[in-house]
Design a protein around this ligand. Sequence first.
Ligand code: TCH
Length: 324
Amino acid sequence: MCTAATYRTKDFYIGRTLDYEFSYGDEITITPRHYPFPFRHMGMRESHYAMIGMAHVAADYPLYYDAVNEKGIGMAGLNFVGNAAYQSVKPDRENVAQFEFIPWVLSQCASMTEVRELLSRMNLTGTPFSEQLPAAGLHWIIADASDCITVESMADGLRIHDNPVGILTNNPPFETQMFQLSNYMSLSPKQPQNTFAPELSLGTYSRGMGTIGLPGDLSSASRFVRAAFVKANSISGDSEAESVSQFFHILGSVDQPRGCCDVGEGKYEITLYTSCCNATRGIYYYTTYENHQITAVDMHRVELDGRELIRYEVIQGEQIRWEN
Ligand SMILES: C[C@H](CCC(=O)NCCS(=O)(=O)O)[C@H]1CC[C@H]2[C@@H]3[C@H](O)C[C@@H]4C[C@H](O)CC[C@]4(C)[C@H]3C[C@H](O)[C@]12C
């Protein structure tokens, strides 16, 4: 399971939890402007916008899971197993392999208007990266400070949905996720009034009773509702520290502790990492399952006009600050 979220204060933030039972070997990866991007069906792109995100680098190619570009657009891919269906190559379209989708968009779009226009010409193909890394069944969230969409490639073609909640999890398809929010529209951060039976003297015995009914389980449908509620009611100051802190709290509401999601053979799905990107400033913040200290990589502190990928290991292990 995974959950992605957007958040806006003075700057625009996008991030995700990456929930899985193993890591592919991830690195925070900056692709500078002149890294030659080879696209399987679209040729080489020698110059493009720079981007930063979490990627598995294979054969010097950044296989991004989530990233932002220097123009403030962010994107994340989340499992959509059983529903994702990719097309075969079509002669009259811009054919983009599923693993190239993040670089394809972030390398050339400076606004969501450009993203929407690009998608109208695109055909997402199931072309595998390699025999060892076949196409992953994903759907994506793409957003900037002003607009957010969900992209789902299904058997009937590419679906582009407005995403007014700025949240994405996994199955079911996005339209169904949005529909189920209606079931929860009476939830509130305020204490409830007795509309159950006004003649009964029902009282509140605890704070937070307006959220009774908010699903607490780990299913993707429930995480969608929970993250949507927490995000929609989030309040924080505008500063970087307050915004980043609040963002990690939003995604903390859907964190997966080891042991609660048994995937068989003694394995458990856990939140391997949580990211929060300041898309306005190109800063990638993250925590990992075993490192709750926020670590940051700033793309503007490196030479963005280079040709070589710049890679940072994911820092693991709790960093505990002793007070005595
Ligand atoms: C496993 C990850 C998704 C995690 C997730 O959504 N879990 C939910 C599980 S469930 O639905 O609830 O069962 C996805 C997100 C991004 C994916 C990676 C990226 O798409 C980049 C490449 C793409 C290649 O085709 C496959 C390897 C890969 C390196 C992918 C491996 C894996 O599928 C990743 C890491």
